[in-house]
Design a protein around this ligand. Structure first.
Ligand code: MTE
Length: 427
């Protein structure tokens, strides 16, 4: 089988989608109609796999609620809890630098943050795309120390949940979508340090036949609607895996925090957040295409304008956010400087405009950010009179993609790109 040439998320997703629909899925497990039957079989499989992969569990850190799905503290001024997740509050970025500090970086957990013991942890690679480890029960293993001894690289990359902004489908467009009701805080940029996945794959005996790589998380199985979908996992094409994907063990100069994947996570620059598997353990390297519910059942576009079996998700949409509280109070008649950030999955931001009530005008872009994964900007505003005002910001990326007044709705509420109407009160 020849290798796919592209490492583009949309291409890969579309190709795998066609193969899945044509019944070419590896392990018949993920046809949407089969999910119910599949549940119990997968549960048995994953339980058996878990037994073969004992990972010691460390006690919860002192001072943190052991019942919480998230390990780090959740100060209300930094993070807003949302079910098993927590989103960053945008005012918490005011006065910060380019990256989001670890204490306020958003957390997206399908279940709970597992407490893994780094000494017991192993990265376990297996599959038909490796020379000597075709099966899961005889993997090629790496300890954390072994990974740390390999050449290290740093990458400043943006992570964003595909559902970021979902709340605005309901609040601004009267088209609520199920799922976590993120504001705009399901996004962050961090400086990740680790070893290239490509380096590890080659050391593990990668063959020319490999087409897909699927990292799996060591967090508990994800059960939804009574169906056990097994471990969180999503395939990557080999071209992307060999390109800029990192196995990260540091975040912003610190060991990876528990909530962000300790001891090691995958970081897939430019792809939607679900690709960046946290707490990575097993990694399947396959000579045939791989599928999981995370590229067939979820993270596809269903609904108006999409076929019954959905469309590939594609790259993240363009978004803009003010570093300002919702309904912030601002003084009348005094010039204030508004700060914000814009980003896009398709490429760097080219320009940003703001509207404070009298039409669109250009924002000033922070020159040092040009070409990076997100763009800081500012705009001056002298609120003319007391009362309720609406602030708006919209960006255009280098591909020409921008932000419409109204985002195209889809059943699962992904890729919101509409202009958000941010209320403030002038006093
Ligand atoms: N990896 C595992 N093992 N389990 C998860 O629940 N969530 C994914 C991804 N990796 C997830 C995971 C999703 S949907 C996102 S958006 C990112 O992790 C979020 O990373 P963060 O929690 O470090 O911000």
């Amino acid at each position: 089988m020849s290798r796919p040439l592209s490492s583009e998320e949309a291409d890969h997703d579309a190709r795998r989608g066609r193969q899945w629909l044509a019944g070419e899925a590896h392990g018949a497990g993920v046809a949407r109609d089969d999910l119910l039957e599949l549940g119990s079989a997968m549960a048995a499989l994953t339980a058996a796999a878990a037994e073969r992969e004992p990972v010691a569990v460390a006690p919860a850190p002192v001072g943190v609620d052991p019942g919480s799905p998230i390990a780090k503290p959740l100060p209300p001024e930094l993070l807003r809890p949302l079910e098993t997740n927590a989103e960053m509050r945008w005012p918490a970025m005011a006065g910060q630098g380019y990256v989001v500090p670890n204490d306020r970086f958003f957390v997206r957990n399908h279940t709970v943050t597992p407490r893994l013991d780094a000494d017991a942890w192993r990265l376990r690679l297996f599959g038909t795309g490796l020379r000597d480890a075709p099966t899961r029960d005889a993997p090629v293993e790496f300890t954390l120390d072994e990974l740390r001894r390999l050449p290290a690289e740093e990458s400043t990359a943006l992570l964003e949940c595909a559902g970021n902004g979902r709340r605005f489908f309901a609040d601004q467009q009267d088209a609520p979508a199920p799922g976590v009701a993120w504001d705009l805080g399901g996004v962050g940029v961090a400086r990740w340090r680790g070893v290239r996945l490509g380096t590890v794959l080659r050391l593990a005996g990668l063959t020319d036949d490999a087409v897909d790589v699927m990292p799996e998380g060591l967090d508990p199985d994800y059960v939804t609607g009574g169906v056990n979908l097994g471990r969180v996992r999503r395939p990557l094409p080999i071209a992307k895996a060999l390109d800029d994907v990192l196995l990260a063990y540091e975040m912003n100069g610190e060991p990876l925090p528990a909530d962000h994947g300790f001891p090691v996570r995958v970081v897939v620059p430019g792809w939607i957040g679900i690709s960046s598997i946290k707490w990575v353990g097993p990694v399947e390297v396959s000579a045939t295409p791989l599928f999981s519910p995370w590229n067939t059942q979820f993270y596809r576009m269903f609904g108006p304008g999409h076929p019954a079996d959905g469309d590939a998700l594609g790259t993240q949409s363009v978004k803009s956010a003010f570093e300002l509280a919702w309904d912030a109070h601002l003084p009348a008649g005094t010039e204030v400087r508004l700060h914000g950030r814009s980003w896009s999955g398709a490429g760097p931001i080219d320009r940003v405009e703001v509207d404070t009530g009298d039409g669109w005008r250009p924002a000033e872009l922070v020159a040092a950010d040009r070409g990076g994964p997100w763009q800081r900007w500012t705009a001056a505003w002298r609120p003319p009179a007391r009362g309720r005002w609406t602030l708006r910001a919209r960006a255009t990326d280098v591909t020409g993609a921008g932000q419409p007044d109204r985002a195209a709705p889809n059943d699962l509420g992904y890729l919101f790109d509409g202009v958000v109407r941010h209320p403030v009160t002038v006093v």
